[in-house]
Design a protein around this ligand. Structure first.
Ligand code: URA
Ligand code: SF4
Length: 226
């Protein structure tokens, strides 16, 4: 698969122009079975950007990220953490729904590294046009897309980290080693915080504890806003 890069118009100045171009992305096989591209949405001047894994079943049908059960939980957590829901932007590491058919049901499948790598140019293009103070990375797939394959959410969740240099490059991490110390020149103020995915809260044995953990991490993000 060619990856998303060739579908990104270099002259696209705005997120809306990127979103329009992403409709026709054929950068990996996932576009074939999914209903539509689900691009990021929200305030282009958002102070906080959330990065999830991929659209779910509901998102695939509606064409909007975080409108299903996980999205509902995330919005509640945003409120409980004291973040302004009008000042956020929501997107995903992978922009098409990956699933397996079982009878009439469509069962979520975690995207592979090839899908994350293929779709990464869209994420990089979004960040080239957004200027958040904090980027909240939800779960392992998004964390690996921005911090590299060795990052472990379980070890570093809730910590404010510098914006990784690799997050500015559309290429694979093999070619751009993650530099945890070097914030890039054009995004000096951006920090990154990883936490669990809202879907993991829904699957947890103790949902209340998992939810409070998510909210506690989001409060750290809220506290980092100037
Ligand atoms: N889970 C995600 O990671 N993203 C969505 O948009 C919905 C559910
Ligand atoms: Fe393009 Fe990403 Fe969809 Fe693959 S998942 S076709 S790279 S938008």
């Amino acid at each position: 698969a060619p990856g998303a890069q060739e579908f990104i118009p270099p002259q696209a100045d705005t997120i809306d122009e990127l979103r329009a171009a992403a409709v026709g992305c054929r950068g990996c096989e996932l576009h074939r079975d999914a209903s539509q591209t689900v691009f990021g949405r929200g305030d282009e001047h958002a102070r906080v950007v959330f990065v999830g894994e991929q659209p779910g079943d509901v998102e695939d049908q509606k064409g909007l990220p975080f409108v299903g059960p996980a999205g509902r939980l995330l919005r509640r957590a945003v409120d409980d953490a004291g973040l302004d829901p009008g000042q956020i932007y929501l997107t995903n590491a992978v922009k098409h729904f990956r699933f397996e058919r079982r009878g009439t049901r469509r069962i979520h499948q975690t995207p592979d590294r090839v899908h994350v790598t293929a779709c990464r140019p869209w994420l990089v293009a979004e960040f080239a046009r957004l200027h958040p103070e904090v980027v909240v990375v939800l779960g392992a797939t998004a964390a690996k897309a921005l911090l590299g394959p060795t990052f472990r959410v379980t070890k570093q969740r809730g910590e404010l980290l510098p914006w990784p240099a690799a997050a500015q490059h559309p290429e694979d991490f093999a070619r751009v080693p993650v530099d945890r110390t070097g914030a890039v020149a054009d995004a000096p103020a951006t920090r990154l915080l990883a936490t669990i995915h809202p879907s993991a809260v829904l699957r947890a044995d103790n949902q209340d504890v998992a939810y409070e953990g998510l909210v506690a991490d989001l409060r750290v993000a809220a506290g980092a806003l100037k």
